[in-house]
Design a protein around this ligand. Structure first.
Ligand code: DC
Length: 233
C-alpha cells in the first residue's frame, strides 16, 4: 500500500494555501484540514460573547471560557469537511470581514493555540492529511514528510481574496482587504506564540506569477518525491 504522509502547507494570508491543500487532498483522497478555520471559529465565538471590544480582546474571559468551545469538522453530503462551532456549521460566517478583522487577536493567545493544536494532532493521527495554516510545519507537525511555504506579493493576494469574496456575493472593498492582509501579515509574523515563519526544511513557493496548472504540476512532483523518494519524477 502507498505510504500515507502528512503534508503541511504554511504561508501568508490569502496566498492560496487552502486551494492548494484542497486540490492535493482531493487528488490523493487525503483528509483536508483548514486550521485557519478553527482560529476563525474561536474568533466568531468571542464576537458572539462580546469578548472583543474597541479596547481589545478580553483574554481572561476567553481563557476561562475555552472549555465551552467545541471545534470540529462536520461532513455534509460527502463534500469537504465544514467547520462547526459547538455543533453548528459556521463556514460562511467565519469568512466575512468581521471575523477577519479580529482573528489575529484570538490566534495570538497561547491557550487558544495549544487547545487547537491538540485537536489538529488528533485529527492527523492516522496520517493521510493535508493541513494548511501558519505553524503546521514548525509547531504542529515538525515531523511532516512534506512541508510547503507559500507566498506572493500582498497586492496579488488582496486581489485574489477580493475576487473570491465577490464571487460568493459578499461585500468587500479591495483597499479594505489589502489593509487587512497587511495587518494580518504583521501580526502573524510578530506574535510571540508560534509566529509565522518558514520551517528550515520547508520548500518555498512564490506563486504570484504561476497559473493553477503550473502550481498543480509543481505540487504533484513534490508530493511524489515525499512519498516515493527523489527518483520517481
Ligand atoms: O488562513 P486564514 O486566513 O483563514 O487564518 C485565519 C487567522 O488564523 C490568521 O490571521 C492567522 C491565524 N492562523 C494561525 O495563527 N495559525 C494557523 N495554523 C492558522 C491560522
Amino acid at each position: 500500500m502507498e505510504k500515507r504522509i502528512i503534508v503541511a502547507i504554511d504561508g501568508h494570508s490569502s496566498s492560496g494555501k487552502s486551494s492548494m491543500a484542497k486540490q492535493l487532498a482531493k487528488k490523493h483522497a487525503y483528509l483536508y484540514i483548514d486550521s485557519g478555520a478553527m482560529y476563525r471559529a474561536v474568533a466568531l465565538y468571542c464576537l458572539r460573547k462580546g469578548w472583543i471590544r474597541a479596547s481589545g480582546l478580553d483574554q481572561a474571559a476567553l481563557s476561562a471560557g475555552l472549555k465551552d468551545i467545541k471545534i470540529s469538522f462536520c461532513s455534509t453530503g460527502g463534500k469537504l469537511p465544514r467547520i462547526c462551532l459547538n455543533g453548528d456549521e459556521v463556514e460562511n460566517e467565519i469568512r466575512g470581514m468581521e471575523v477577519s478583522g479580529v482573528v489575529s487577536l484570538v490566534s495570538a493567545v497561547p491557550e487558544v493555540r495549544s487547545y487547537l493544536v491538540d485537536i489538529q494532532r488528533s485529527l492527523a493521527k492516522d496520517k493521510g492529511v493535508v493541513m494548511d495554516g501558519r505553524d503546521i510545519g514548525t509547531a504542529v507537525f515538525p515531523e511532516a514528510e512534506l512541508k510547503i511555504f507559500l507566498t506572493a506579493d500582498a497586492s496579488v493576494r488582496a486581489k485574489r481574496r477580493y475576487l473570491e469574496l465577490k464571487d460568493k456575493g459578499m461585500d468587500a472593498s479591495y483597499e479594505e482587504i489589502l489593509h487587512n492582509i497587511e495587518m494580518r501579515d504583521k501580526m502573524d509574523l510578530n506574535r510571540k506564540a508560534s509566529p509565522l515563519r518558514k520551517a528550515d526544511d520547508a520548500i518555498e513557493l512564490d506563486n504570484g506569477q504561476m497559473s493553477p496548472e503550473e502550481q498543480d504540476a509543481w505540487l504533484e512532483t513534490r508530493f511524489n518525491e515525499a512519498v516515493y523518494g527523489n527518483n520517481r519524477n
